[in-house]
Design a protein around this ligand. Structure first.
Ligand SMILES: Cc1cc2nc3c(=O)[nH]c(=O)nc-3n(C[C@H](O)[C@H](O)[C@H](O)COP(=O)(O)OP(=O)(O)OC[C@H]3O[C@@H](n4cnc5c(N)ncnc54)[C@H](O)[C@@H]3O)c2cc1C
Length: 370
């Protein structure tokens, strides 16, 4: 196993597990924890070696996110958004531009992510309203982004904007936005009943100037770029859901072996055992869907259908089976030092991010039916 995955596992056990309940109670990302992760190299896993990154493959990335998600999906999701943003900037931008962001992001000095969604537009990505208007060689961006992971505290965002509404998806361009510049105004972070550790928030752009060398993908290419990278995101979100279910089942089994009822351990009761067995079967089915999608991605093949299957099944499965695993615990499952309710909220979050369950169905139907 990749050494960085073992480091992530150790970090998860020493830093994330003991704090996850407190972070969830406070409902906000702990930037100090991300900085500690950066010190362990955990923000550099995806960035190319030319930039001091580790450039691990997709299979190792899945493992890394799984070992962290056992303790906190939200922390892992926030972490991978900054890590992915840094890697994309390193790969897609001119060196002089990347110099301004990549080293700082790998060190945990700046955080970021991808900004597609807006307060009025989520699933209908081609309908985004944030505009990009040419000004000489530069672009001026105006509009508002909402529900953006890490926007509560981050300030480097790969941002999508419409250059020509008449062109629909073909008019969408992709731009690098620096939250420390004029024209960027952070909105209040979302106050959530669960999932607040992700740091979802928004920002306004008011004639925000993107210099010519800060265009990540021009109109015509940006939409396709987003659709291609989303297959990877769907697959790792599905894997993270399986990890949460595994963690909940392990916790319930340990509890059920120790807790006595009617003169025997709970784990000796057939009804209890069968519910645990159903959780295990569904987790295994999701794991195999993830493995298929991941294998296609690693081999550079089309993973659109496989990743949509994996994400739809894994997120639905997690919502149901985390709840079932909590049932196995009785009232104790509700205690905050157990992961059940936190993981349930995160499974709800996973049902929306990178395309809702219904959007997975749209994708699957388009491929299967035509
Ligand atoms: C914690 C969190 C973090 C997020 N992070 C990011 C981020 O980093 N970057 C980013 O860009 N976005 C992010 N999102 C936004 C996420 O991508 C959107 O929530 C998602 O695309 C769904 O959009 P919506 O919530 O506006 O729902 P809507 O699009 O308003 O849809 C509402 C409901 O109707 C359903 N629906 C919509 N259209 C159809 C249809 N045609 N047929 C059937 N059903 C339909 C949807 O599936 C959904 O269930 C995040 C969301 C959350 C909760």
């Amino acid at each position: 196993m990749n050494e960085i995955v073992e480091r992530a596992r150790a970090f998860g056990e020493t830093h994330v597990a003991p704090n996850a309940a407190k972070w969830a109670r406070e409902g906000r990302m702990q930037v100090e924890a991300l900085k500690a992760a950066a010190a362990e190299g955990l923000l550099a896993f995806q960035t190319s070696k030319a930039w001091g990154g580790l450039e691990i493959g997709f299979a190792a990335k899945l493992k890394l996110l799984e070992v962290l998600s056992r303790h906190s999906f939200d922390f892992a999701f926030s972490l991978t958004n900054t890590a992915g943003c840094a890697a994309h900037i390193a790969q897609a931008m001119p060196r002089a531009v990347a110099e301004r962001y990549v080293p700082a992001m790998l060190k945990g000095e700046r955080f970021g992510g991808s900004a597609l969604s807006e307060p009025g537009v989520g699933s209908d990505f081609a309908g985004i309203k944030t505009s990009a208007v040419k000004d000489g060689d530069d672009w001026l961006l105006t509009g508002e982004k909402g529900w953006i992971t890490n926007a509560a505290f981050g300030d480097v965002f790969i941002t999508y904007a419409q250059t020509d509404p008449a062109q629909g998806w073909r008019g969408i361009g992709c731009f690098l936005v620096d939250g420390r510049r004029e024209g960027f105004r952070r909105s209040n972070a979302e106050a959530l009943g669960g999932g607040g550790v992700i740091g979802a928030g928004g920002f306004q752009l008011i004639d925000y100037r993107v210099r010519a060398d800060e265009v990540v993908a021009p109109p015509g290419q940006a939409f396709r770029r987003a659709m291609t990278s989303v297959n990877q995101a769907r697959t790792y979100v599905a894997a993270m859901c399986v990890a949460m279910v595994d963690a909940c089942l392990d916790t319930a089994i340990a509890y059920g072996k120790a807790r006595q009822a009617f003169g025997a351990p709970l784990s000796a009761k057939q009804g209890w055992r069968w519910m645990a067995a159903d959780v295990a079967t569904d987790a295994e089915a999701a794991r195999l869907l993830v493995a298929k999608a991941a294998d296609l991605i690693v081999r550079g093949e089309d993973a659109a259908l496989a990743s949509a299957h994996a994400k739809k099944f894994a997120t639905r499965m997690a919502c149901q089976r985390i709840s079932d695993a909590c049932q196995l615990m009785g009232a104790a499952g509700l205690r905050e030092d157990y992961p059940f309710l936190r993981h349930l909220a995160s499974a709800r979050v996973a049902s929306y991010t990178d395309g809702s369950t219904e959007m997975q169905n749209e994708r699957i139907a388009a491929i299967v039916i035509g």
